[in-house]
Design a protein around this ligand. Sequence first.
Ligand code: CTP
Ligand code: MG
Length: 585
Amino acid sequence: MAARGVGLLTRLPLHSQRRSRVQRSISSRHLSCPGTVAANFGSEEQPSGGAETGSEDKIPKKRFSEVQEERREQAQRTVLIHCPNNINEKKFLKYLSQHGPINNHFFYESFGLYAVVEFCQKDGVNSLQNGTHIPKQSTEPAIPFKSRFLNLKLKNSSNQIPEELHAQTNNQSPPSSKKLFELLNYAENIDDQLNTLLKAFQLTEENVRLRHLTCSLVEDIAAAYFPGCVVRPFGSSVNTFGKLGCDLDMFLDLDEIGKLDVHKNAGNFSTEFQMKTVPSERIATQKILSVIGECLDNFGPGCVGVQKILNARCPLVRFSHQASGFQCDLTTNNSIALKSSELLYIYGSLDTRVRALVFSVRCWARAHSLTSSIPGSWITNFSLTVMVIFFLQRRSPPILPTLDSLKSLADAQDRCILDGHNCTFVRDLYKIKPSGNTETLELLLKEFFEYFGNFAFNKNSINIRQGREQNKPDSSPLYIQNPFETSLNISKNVSQSQLQKFVDLARDSAWILEQEDKGQPSLSSKKPWGLATLLLPPGAVNTPLSKKKKKPVSEKVKGLLASIKSSTADSSKGTHGKNTISTQA
Ligand code: CTP
Ligand code: MG
């Protein structure tokens, strides 16, 4: 292992400073109310990478559904407020407390200053809304739509307040590359670097709250048409693998509507709702999303750039939620994707090494443009995550169980069949035996690159259900079986040239880590080392491949055009609309 001998004393201030700052901001803003679920900071969607603190065993491992229910309820007691820049935090809280006790609040900046305020009870929100007025029409007419997204006005905005009374803002962005390299250089060894990267990029408590609040605001809009519907976040916002800046995938769940029905048996009669019928479920999905898309576009405060992508395999409405800064994808009739988020949540919560490894691989892929925020024939973060899970199932002893073994641990309540697909697996994390594997993150990262640098992609597919390679059922360059819809390939969009780029970079990276193992560079060196070297732009490190003759620019451009072409062709027939149109952090 390439341990660094940088003196502990020189490192300590940075770490301890960071910790005390986080603690201060949390304790000063978190006031517990009787009768409410206290926030479990940093331990729900994003269980802390506790290898450093050793605290992971103490974190209660909640079920995915429990976490989601608590977050939803919390979001319903929360409002989003656009504030003047020079707001006095104390006075702001005093003013809002007139409407009811406040459980938690924080400020953040996103083209203006915003506050997220969680009341102890929903009554607080109602009272605040009742005391809020429709803006007086000025030059442009406004649509009188009431929501939980408010504007705070100062009656006398000229009053200057001392800077120390200004609201402190919470950062919602990932660290800059400079900052990241600094943090990585301070780490003690490569394992520490992977954990550091995880902490720097994982969604913060505040960011998670903001994501659930955004879903809750969209739910209010959808509920105007479909009372009783639920808008649930899925994908990396909730599966423990979300990086700051990742998109917000939302699922409009209309199945909940029927669950509210009370069946009264009065004699021989019963009533049911008159409903329109349509020729297929797909058409129903398209119509529903079309109308919700219109609503978001016309009435949704802060929802801009609404695009209805209704002909994708999985129809969706894409928009930007300006106030939160989230790029949102709203789908419906997509409960299998929610189930796969739950499965990933389980894998991410079972062993602290899983998330650290996935985050590093995702950052590595982003640094080398293997992934992109624009749709194309690039590998997606979701595919990379499944590849890491597969790799960890292949270790000896395995670090992660196969999906089939999670299914064998399931009881009757876990049974779940969606659209004819068996999505059953154990949901209680305590029923899964921890792995006896003690391999270090450094070793795992190196072996990951070696494993996939030499994987027989030409004939084998990746299958986390069985945890072993299988013959590829078709000629897609990269074949990763969808864990539930087993006839689908989640990486169908990936082109041969993108796969080759991944393989070449994986081999290079394995080689770089091999050199690290040999014990240089000098300890006093300020040069990037370990994981930081892997994140450097291509060409910055001398590797066996970078020494090879570079392709002429024209060939590179040809490759890019081919990628774009093949992705356009795929987008109409993708295995899942998401894989060709999703954005990635
Ligand atoms: N999904 C799927 N099949 C695909 C693509 C996506 O089942 N081919 C589901 C997965 O559950 C995935 C979710 O849709 O997690 C959201 O897709 P996407 O936003 O592309 O991936 P994320 O996991 O959210 O990762 P990112 O951080 O890049 O958004
Ligand atoms: Mg996503």
